[in-house]
Each structure stands twice: as C-alpha cells, then as structure tokens.
Design a protein around this ligand. Structure first.
Ligand code: GLU
Length: 513
C-alpha cells in the first residue's frame, strides 16, 4: 500500500505553544516534506474549560515564524474541513454510538459524588490505582449494570451521562512505535476512559482517533507524554474497524532541563533567564508574561536548526542546516529515545552562526536604525566596515549597536581593574610616541598603523603585547574587541588622537605594572 504521507500537528489552544510543541510541529513538517506529503494543523479544542483566547492565533503565528507551511488546517481549510474540533462536534457522536452498539462502550450515569465515593471505597480497600475499570464498573451506575428499560428511561429523561470505553479485562495491547520499537501494555492497566463528556463534547481520545482516521493521517508524530495514551488509541482503532489503516506512531523524546534532571519547564527558563516559548505571550487571564525567542532576538532559522538537533541527529558532523537541508536529511530512524537536554548556549551559538550569514549592507542598515532609535549620533563612519568588524561578536541582531557603540561614544571613564592590569607608564610613553607617528602618517590604513605601532614599541624595547592592550583601553575603553588596527582605520586620525590624549590625561600613569 502506497499512501500519501499525511501528518498533523494537533495542539490544544490552552496557552502559548511550548518550544517542545514547536519541535513536534517541525519534525512532522520535515517528515511530511521529505516524503512529498501533507502537513495538517488541527486544533484540538474540545476541552472548553481549558480554552484560552488568542492561543490558536499564537500557534499559527509561531509556526509561520519558524517557517512551517501548513497544507491543510484551520486557517487555510482543505478537503477535511473543519479542522477545529469544536466545529466537528456532530461527527464524533455516531462513532461513540457505534462503539456502544458493538458492545465496546457504554453509558455511565454516575454522579461526581458517586465517583468520589467509589474512589474512597477503593482507597480504603488499599487498591493501588483506584479507577473505573473492567472490575469496578460492575458496581457502578451504567448501561452494563442497570436494566435496559431504566437506561432507556434515563436517556429519554435527559439525565446526564458520559460514554465510557469498555476496556477488555485481559488483553495484551501491542503497538509498534517508530522511535521506541514494540510497546506492550496489558489492558488491565487501562481504565474505562470517558469518550464523550456530559456536555456532549468528545474527549481528546475519541476526537483524536476519529479525526486521524477521517483525515487519513498516516503517521502520528507527537511528544512522549502521549505514549501512555497510544494503547488506548490502538484499542479504539480496533473497535472502530480501522486497524488496517491505523497510522504509525512515533513518540518524540522529552526536552529536559539544562542539567538533564527532569522535564524542561517554564520555571527553569525563568530561573535561567531564557525563553521556552517561540513568541512573547501575555496570559489574558493572569497577565503573566511569557518571553519568546523571537522577541529575545533569536532568528527563526537558528531556532529551527537548534530544535531540529534536539532529539534528532543527522549521523554526520554537520550542524548548520537550512530548512531544505533538514527536509532532505531528516529520518525518524535517527530520532533518539533518550531525552534531549535543552542547552540555551547552543541556541545562542546557532543564532551567532546565522547572524554571520547576514550581508554587511543589511546589518549596516540595522546598525543605523538602532543608533537612530537610541538617539546616538553616528557621524560619517563607514557602517559596513564597522559591522564587518564586529559581526563575529554579535549573538543577537538586536545587539548590533551595543558591540559597535564604542565607535560612536568615546570612552569617558576607565575601569580601574582594567587599568591596573593593562596600563603602565611605559605603555603610556609609547602610546604618546605612537600618537606623534600617527599624526605624521598620511595613509591611514590598518597595515600602516600596525607598522608604526611596532616601530614605536621596538625602538623603546617594550614588547608589543604590553602596548596593545593599553592602546585598546585608551581607544575603546575595553580590554577585548575586534582588530584594533582596523578600528583605528575606521575612527581616523583625528578621533584616535583625541581619544589617546583623553586617556593619557585621565589614566593614572604611576600605577605600577
Ligand atoms: N491535543 C494534543 C496536544 O495538545 C495532541 C496530542 C496528539 O498529537 O495526539 O498535544
């Protein structure tokens, strides 16, 4: 059988999409595109209590930002519309009723209080995991225990009820997961899950399976937290007679805390000062702010690349991948079973790599804009030269101006610790000599500046390594940075000399080396 590959990303709009969800969407997308298939976006909003306004829009925006193109879904429609489960409510009931008719599900009329009493009874009897299951169901109020006419009467009277799956008592459920291999679960460990709630809405399990079937999904790629639900879904496929076309499962490894101890949470992110959400989000109910990678200055290409390697490896040393390269190289076989440690420094590294790919002309525009926004005068310097010099040092696009700031604002004060370690009266003397030589230099080019600096240092017998840091301190106010000769070339003769004069007057010469 050669079916077209069809995958879906099926988030619930209960808040901002966690970065783990973005990774799930990405892996689905890569897999679909690799196999020339389709990627669906289905919104699983059957739990009305957890619905959060704006969350669906957030999800679409996040996917778009990362570069995932949806083929069918809530926004663009498609042959299986609607793609929002709350709008498909009428579809699910018939399947729940078919399950009842076939003896695989039943009506349950128990009130919350009765359920609570059952739980207490079972706890008192020291039952380990008290649940509504193949044993306990027989003591409850449902269509398996009540006489038929009473069930009919209750239904006709409109008494509230739920529909529960009749999980077989002794059955071994086997499923093959493309990441984990064979998974075996005994049915006695599964409770009689609710399929239809008393408000007439299906639960996740029923809606998910029905939709995956109707939407002809071939592969279910989702987070590991759904693995425990998979055997139940297998049962549903079987009971509904859809075993033949059941999708293949691939459960993705968890994203772990930076130290590898447990699941990555918002709390870890807040403590570490890094985002775990793609975009900024303000909770409409609590007002709580969730910071996003986008607003923190991460490039979407960098986050895509970072996420792709968080749980998957290409089997080579290659680390930088465009989306097309990811599609070409992606395979489920290379997804790891072990959880992936979330290392924000790696995300920063990727960001740096992608920033370096931005053309100087474009970065120069960014720099100009940022300086204007910050009201920093930017004289007549060659912006392209400046960005090409500082490029390697920028982690975030939004920080271009910070790395370039010393070009526009001459140092006013000098850090005492830098002065103590890098300045000396010998160095100051040479810097004064160098200033004179620079004044006489006609062609202010980095290599010429270097020549006169070396000549000045050599003639005094002081090592260049003693002079350079002091000169850098005088000119930039810092003890590290890009090539100093190139900096001087950009600043020009007058500005350099003015800065040297200021430093010579303001830094204490007598500090011993
Ligand atoms: N609605 C589920 C979620 O919020 C979907 C799980 C699945 O992909 O089956 O993640």
């Amino acid at each position: 059988m050669n079916r077209e590959v069809r995958v879906r990303f099926a988030p619930s709009p209960t808040g901002p999409l966690h970065i783990g969800g973005v990774r799930t969407a990405l892996y689905n997308y890569l897999f679909a595109k690799k196999h020339g298939g389709k990627m669906l976006l289905r919104i699983e909003d059957t739990d009305q209590k957890r619905f959060v306004p704006g969350a669906e829009e957030y999800i679409s925006e996040a996917l778009e930002w990362i570069g995932i193109k949806i083929d069918e879904g809530t926004q663009i429609g498609g042959p299986h519309a609607p793609y929002r489960q709350s709008e498909r409510k009428h579809i699910y009931r018939q399947y729940a009723e078919k399950l009842i008719a076939d003896g695989n599900a039943y009506y349950a009329f128990d009130t919350d209080q009765e359920l609570e009493e059952m739980r207490k009874r079972l706890e008192a009897a020291k039952v380990v995991a008290p649940s509504y299951n193949s044993i306990t169901r027989m003591q409850m109020k449902n269509s398996l225990t009540l006489p038929d006419d009473e069930v009919k009467r209750k239904l006709a009277a409109g008494e509230p009820y739920v529909i529960r799956l009749k999980v077989p008592r002794k059955e071994e459920i086997r499923l093959h997961d493309l990441v984990r291999g064979w998974v075996m679960v005994h049915s006695s460990s599964i409770d009689d899950k609710v399929l239809m709630k008393s408000d007439g809405m299906p639960t996740y399990h029923l809606a998910n399976v029905v939709d995956d079937h109707l939407m002809q999904i071939t592969h279910v790629i989702r987070g590991e937290e759904w693995l425990p639900s998979a055997p139940l879904h297998v049962l549903l496929y079987k009971f509904l007679g859809w075993e033949e076309s059941m999708p293949q499962f691939a459960h993705l490894p968890l994203l772990l805390k930076p130290d590898g101890n447990g699941k990555l949470s918002k709390r870890d992110a807040d403590a570490g000062g890094f985002p775990v959400f793609p975009l900024d989000w303000k909770d409409p109910q609590t007002g709580e702010i969730y910071m996003g990678f986008r607003e923190q200055g991460y490039l979407p290409e960098a986050i895509t690349n970072f996420l792709a390697l968080l749980g998957w490896n290409p089997g080579t040393e290659q680390e930088l991948f465009t989306m097309d390269e990811l599609i070409e190289n992606f395979s489920i076989e290379r997804i790891s079973k072990a959880g992936a440690k979330f290392d924000i420094n790696k995300a920063k590294w990727f960001n740096q790599q992608y920033l370096r790919k931005i053309p100087d002309t474009e970065l120069a525009q960014t720099l100009k804009k940022q300086l204007e926004e910050k009201k920093i005068p930017h004289s007549s310097y060659n912006m392209e030269k400046i960005v090409s010099l500082i490029k390697e040092r920028i982690v975030f696009h939004s920080d271009v101006w910070k790395e370039a700031l010393f070009f526009f604002i001459a140092p006013q004060q000098f850090d005492p610790e830098s002065v103590r370690t890098k300045w000396s009266s010998e160095a100051a003397n040479i810097i004064a000599e160098f200033k004179k030589a620079l004044n006489n230099l006609t062609d202010i080019k980095a290599e010429n500046i270097k020549t006169i600096l070396h000549q000045t240092a050599e003639s005094s017998g002081l090592k260049i390594g003693k002079v350079l840091p002091a000169l850098r301190l005088a000119i930039t106010g810092a003890i590290a940075g890009p090539d100093l000769m190139a900096i001087i070339e950009i600043l020009g003769k007058d500005e350099t000399i003015a800065r040297i004069n200021y430093a010579l007057q303001n830094i204490n010469h007598k500090i011993p080396t």
